[in-house]
Design a protein around this ligand. Structure first.
Ligand SMILES: NC(=O)c1ccc[n+]([C@@H]2O[C@H](COP(=O)([O-])OP(=O)(O)OC[C@H]3O[C@@H](n4cnc5c(N)ncnc54)[C@H](O)[C@@H]3O)[C@@H](O)[C@H]2O)c1
Length: 334
């Protein structure tokens, strides 16, 4: 059987082909699944999709009408899939519920250090043979305070690295993580975390309760020279409020791997188009801000795990096995 995989980046393609090879042929497309591209899936019983695919009502209707029965999503998040419609259409949907939290935690640190030590500006200067140090002064982190919002798998990995830097550790979560407590983390309320932290990193999921958890009052409560990093979901931050605070000259640095209006932008080459998003356009002009396009998970280790689990999800579906990765079960046989 041939599987159709949408949204496969050039780096990923050999990993996808190798993982599927013992079991199935796979046709890799670099285009993402959308209303325009869904007709390509006609005749494929099993397809695989990526984090930025749009699996809305119309796309799912097109897939079902073309004979698709199983969707193997290559991500943990599934907010891009209308699960109720998939269920009604009898489609099986599976995702990857676990992969390396180190990929994201290490990237959050990469952003934190890049803004702290002005790495982007320094690199731009040396390319121009400008070897001055003015404007590149950073800060030691040893003895300063890291505030971690969300101390699950990624937050814990982030905390271990903060511990390695010799930082004081503050945490906020609905549940304490004993591994973080063992590292010396003190759980405090959000307001105290904002007020006392020199570095704040976000690792809670995006839920109604966490939407814009970093709003104007949260930003105002932070130290003027704090570093803020978001490698979780863009909707955690009220970006317009962040832009207002940045315009006022606040924060040592802000590192963003995610942005609340990233859909339709991130993962795509928009370099030849007029940018219509004024907030993003303003954001990237600040010298103390680094924006990356949702690449925190993008390591060979995490991507390999994602693909291997996707292959296993396909094999489980074919064998009629259920696993924790199944979001929508196949319609029961009548
Ligand atoms: N940028 C990327 O490439 C990328 C990749 C993977 C994950 N992520 C993001 O990272 C997030 C965290 O992933 P994880 O694997 O650590 O998840 P996790 O489930 O292990 O941890 C989430 C933590 O948030 C806490 N939490 C949940 N709801 C909360 C609430 N309302 N208030 C306070 N705390 C709450 C949970 O108790 C848990 O400790 C994901 O939800 C996702 O948004 C980003």
């Amino acid at each position: 059987m041939e599987i159709l995989a949408f949204g496969v980046q050039a780096d990923e393609r050999p990993l996808v082909e190798k993982a599927f090879a013992p079991h199935h042929d796979v046709r890799c497309l670099d285009v993402f699944l959308s209303e325009d591209t869904a007709p390509i899936a006609a005749g494929y019983e099993i397809i695989s999709t990526s984090v930025n695919a749009s699996l809305n009502n119309r796309v799912l209707q097109t897939l079902a009408a073309g004979g698709t029965q199983m969707i193997a999503q290559r991500s943990t998040g599934f907010n891009n899939i209308d699960l109720q419609v998939a269920e009604r259409l009898g489609l099986t949907v599976a995702r990857v519920s676990y992969y390396s939290p180190y990929s994201v935690a290490e990237f959050a640190w990469t952003l934190a250090m890049a803004v702290n030590r002005r790495i982007v500006r320094a690199s731009n200067r040396t390319r121009d043979f400008d070897f001055r140090l003015d404007g590149l002064m950073g800060r030691d982190l040893r003895g300063r305070t890291a505030g971690v919002l969300g101390t699950g798998k990624i937050g814990e990995a982030f905390t271990r690295i903060a511990h390695g830097f010799g930082m004081n550790l503050l945490g906020w979560d609905v549940a304490e993580n004993p591994e973080c407590v063992a590292l010396g983390m003190k759980y405090v309320d959000k307001d105290r975390l904002f007020a006392e932290s020199d570095l704040i990193s976000l690792h809670v999921p995006l839920l109604p309760a966490t939407q814009h958890i970093i709003d104007e009052s949260a930003l105002r409560a932070m130290k003027d020279d704090a570093i803020l990093v978001n490698s979780s979901r863009g909707g955690l931050i009220d970006t317009d409020a962040l832009v207002r605070e940045l315009r006022a000259g606040r924060f040592t640095g802000v590192g963003l791997d995610v942005y609340e209006a990233e859909a339709g932008l991130f993962f795509l080459d928009k370099s030849l188009e007029v940018v219509e998003d004024d907030t993003l356009a303003r954001l990237v002009t600040f010298p103390n801000v680094v924006v990356t396009s949702h690449q925190a998970y993008y390591t060979v280790d995490a991507v390999s795990q994602i693909i291997e689990t996707t292959v296993q999800n396909v094999l489980d579906y074919q064998a009629g096995r259920r696993s924790e990765n199944v979001l929508v079960p196949a319609a029961p046989a009548s």
